[in-house]
Structure formats: structure tokens, C-alpha cells
Design a protein around this ligand. Structure first.
Ligand SMILES: NC(=O)c1ccc[n+]([C@@H]2O[C@H](COP(=O)([O-])OP(=O)(O)OC[C@H]3O[C@@H](n4cnc5c(N)ncnc54)[C@H](OP(=O)(O)O)[C@@H]3O)[C@@H](O)[C@H]2O)c1
Length: 254
């Protein structure tokens, strides 16, 4: 008997971590609905990956569009979606006072409200399935302070905390919820980050997402240095903040 193809959604699939994730899953035989705003990049991916990749153009910072998109995809019986990778995200890369109110709203819309809308609809659907999977591409900054990019860190922390709390609620026993926490990764988002720290490849994060698909993890911090940073912050928060503040003072200012 022919094995049924599993289908998942990957938001922010046009480049970076989302693109690497879409490619990784398609190469493993999954069907991926890849969402982003840039139609050309999604079409290019479909040329490369064939019928296993389905492009879907949407601006997920527009919350009505986000709701319409997830509802229509989940209602499409031919697709039979059983997983969602919540990856699309944005960062101002700016210190709080240098960032505008509009930018901070955009960060909250795309990094918190829009994935919350996807989450609510996916949970409603998946709790009726034998199994459903939700994997968030969060960030180390959900747990660890990120000076000079504070509103981004706050938006990632907010969504991480939402997921962490929901995981403990009754009624979602058949829904696997994972959170992958990358540190600095070599993508367009991090291009403007001034850091001497090593950058992971997007493919490393895609592998971590796939690992969560096979075996859920909450949280999965990617990379030894990031794991050590998270442990330091958790075990010695006061010292961690002092060291971080000293490093920030030492960094060049614009
Ligand atoms: N790079 C890092 O150092 C790093 C570290 C930790 C966590 N992360 C997290 O990893 C995730 C992916 O980031 P990345 O580094 O791969 O960034 P990226 O290269 O900038 O890619 C972001 C993706 O999100 C999509 N996107 C942006 N705005 C959108 C919108 N309004 N509607 C729909 N899609 C939108 C982009 O597509 P379009 O522009 O075509 O819409 C793109 O596909 C984010 O959640 C980020 O917070 C990144």
C-alpha cells in the first residue's frame, strides 16, 4: 500500500532557517506548504523541490491575513495538515530607544500575535487528530537577555512563555509542542547584528527542527556555546547580567 505523504506548514519559508527547514523536510519525503511574502523566492523553491513544496504568499504581520491563511490551509482536506513550524520572524536589531513604536508593533505582530493565531487554529484542529505537531523556531533570547535588541527578545520570550504554559494545559495530550532555540545564525536577519560570536548555519537549525518532529523537545537550545550560555544565565542570573552589561559597555557605539 502506498504510504501517505505527511504535510506540514513552514512559515517564513522564502529564505534563511525557514527555507533550510522546507528543503530538509521535502528531501525527507514530506510535503511542505511554505508561507512568505516574496512570491519569486517561493516559486524558485518550488522549481527546486517540485510538487512536495506548495508556495503560499501571505503577509503574516497582517493579523486578518494570518487568520485567513491558517484557517483556509487547515480546512483544505486534500492537504490534510498534521504539523506547523512557526518560524517567520523579524528583528529591528536596534536598541529600545532607537527603535520606533511601529517597529516594536511589527515585532509583536509577527513574532507573537501571528504565531498565536496559527497556534490557536492548529490546536483546535490537531486535538481532533490522532497526532499533531507544532514546532516553534524561538530564540535563545527567549530565555536570555539581549541588550540592544530588547523588544525582539521580549516578543520571542512572550511567545515562548505562551507555548510553555499551553503545553501544561489539559486537552492537548495528542499535540506535540516543541521549541527550537537557535543562537546567532547566519541569515539575513543576523546580517546587521554586530557580534564576534560564531554563527550556526540555517541547515543546523533545520536539522534541530526535524529532530523535534521525530521526538518533541521543549526547549531545544542549538549548539554547545548557546547551551552553556543558557545554563550560565539559569544558574547565575545576577552574575550573567553583570558580565553581559560589561561586554555591552565594551562594544563600540554608533
Ligand atoms: N538569524 C538568527 O540569528 C536567529 C537566531 C535565533 C532565532 N531566530 C529566529 O529564526 C526565525 C527565522 O529567522 P531567519 O534568521 O531565518 O530570518 P530571515 O532570513 O530574515 O527570514 C525570515 C523569514 O520570515 C519571512 N517573513 C518576514 N516577514 C514576514 C511577514 N510579514 N509575513 C510572512 N513572512 C514573513 C521572510 O520572508 P519574506 O520576507 O519573503 O516575507 C523570511 O522567509 C525567526 O523566528 C527568528 O526570530 C533567528
Amino acid at each position: 500500500m502506498k504510504k501517505k505523504v505527511e504535510t506540514l506548514i513552514v512559515t517564513g519559508a522564502s529564505r534563511g532557517i525557514g527555507e533550510a527547514t522546507a528543503k530538509h523536510f521535502c528531501k525527507k519525503g514530506f510535503r511542505v506548504v511554505g508561507i512568505a511574502r516574496t512570491a519569486d523566492a517561493l516559486d524558485q523553491l518550488q522549481l527546486e523541490l517540485g510538487d512536495l513544496f506548495i508556495p503560499k504568499v501571505a503577509d503574516l504581520s497582517d493579523l486578518d491575513q494570518a487568520e485567513e491563511t491558517i484557517v483556509s490551509l487547515l480546512n483544505d482536506r486534500k492537504l490534510n495538515i498534521s504539523g506547523v513550524v512557526l518560524n517567520a520572524g523579524i528583528s529591528s536589531g536596534k536598541a529600545f530607544l532607537d527603535s520606533s513604536r511601529a517597529m516594536q508593533t511589527l515585532e509583536m505582530n509577527l513574532n507573537y500575535h501571528s504565531p498565536s493565531i496559527f497556534l490557536r487554529n492548529a490546536l483546535k484542529r490537531f486535538k481532533r487528530l490522532p497526532r499533531g505537531k507544532i514546532i516553534a523556531v524561538s530564540s535563545l533570547t527567549a530565555l536570555v537577555p539581549f541588550p540592544n535588541n530588547a523588544s525582539y527578545a521580549a516578543s520571542k520570550a512572550a511567545f515562548y512563555h505562551l507555548l510553555r504554559s499551553i503545553r501544561l494545559e489539559d486537552g492537548f495530550k495528542n499535540v506535540e509542542i516543541s521549541a527550537v532555540l537557535p543562537g546567532l545564525t547566519d541569515t539575513k536577519m543576523s546580517a546587521s547584528f554586530d557580534s564576534v560570536l560564531p554563527r550556526a548555519a540555517p541547515e543546523d537549525i533545520a536539522k534541530a527542527v526535524f529532530q523535534c518532529w521525530k521526538k518533541p523537545a521543549f526547549p531545544l537550545v542549538v549548539g554547545r556555546l548557546n547551551q552553556a550560555t543558557e545554563s550560565f544565565n539559569r544558574l547565575q542570573p545576577w552574575l550573567f547580567d553583570r558580565v553581559t552589561a560589561s561586554v555591552v559597555r565594551w562594544l563600540p557605539h554608533e
